[in-house]
Design a protein around this ligand. Sequence first.
Ligand SMILES: C[S@@+](CC[C@H](N)C(=O)[O-])C[C@H]1O[C@@H](n2cnc3c(N)ncnc32)[C@H](O)[C@@H]1O
Length: 274
Amino acid sequence: MTREIGLEIGSICSKYFLKLNHLHYGYWRSDIEVDIANLHLAQDEYAKFVISHIPDGVKTILDVGCGTGQIAKMLLDRGYQVDCVSPSPFLTKHVNELLGNRSHVFECCYEDLQTNNRYDMILFCESFQYIKVEPALANTNKLLNSDGYLFICDMFRKEINGKTIMGGGHKINRFNELITKFPFRLIENIDITEQTAPNMDLLNDVLQNVIQPITNAGARFFEIRHPIALKLLSFKYRRKINKLKEKYLAGGRAGEDFKKCKTYQLFLYKKETR
Ligand SMILES: C[S@@+](CC[C@H](N)C(=O)[O-])C[C@H]1O[C@@H](n2cnc3c(N)ncnc32)[C@H](O)[C@@H]1O
């Protein structure tokens, strides 16, 4: 629930301030300058990259965790038949407005999805990290046609020594282990960590140069207006405040850190009848 609210806020801010339509990372080709003003270009590049890897013969797609519905729209415009899964009422409303009756949107978590529909491909575009692995794979096995495809493009956590402040993503080793329990054969795997890491440089820049100074200014304002309340609140929530500072404002969230603890992968599997 809190993650969904986070995505909702992210979607409102990014659309309003940056005119972004997608909710995924940007794919930074070497000729796109890493600048927040170019994030929309890098996000479009990411969508094109995903679409260009859809195997021939696929006609029907289930877009799981469809976000704002932009990728679903691009797929519909290219002639695919697309249904969507969206657990967020806020995003679902947006997707329904965008896609109208061209697509059916299941408003639920993928783990809970029940339908008699079957698909040629099930797509997880930066949504797999939010979904429990085993129920997701079991449901995918059930909802795919006999020679269908499972397509995941998302970040995973590497096994590293020591603590990391970067959360998010399933453990890659665990995922590789769990998927062997299901009848999926890997047919394509592309590592795009290098092309996605610059997103973290941008995030780090915003945290250091926007959020940090705004937080400092807010603290100064309270110190002038409500010095005693500020002291009390700072003391009461000191652990939480220190944790947030350590997580978001102490650096350590740049592209190089991302490459150390994450791996961003495209995985394409074909369902096999064993
Ligand atoms: C980072 S956004 C990616 C959105 C979109 N696929 C894109 O590429 O722009 C993650 C998406 O996963 C969805 N999501 C989160 N938990 C989910 C779940 N349990 N089942 C299905 N979708 C989920 C969110 O609502 C959101 O749409």
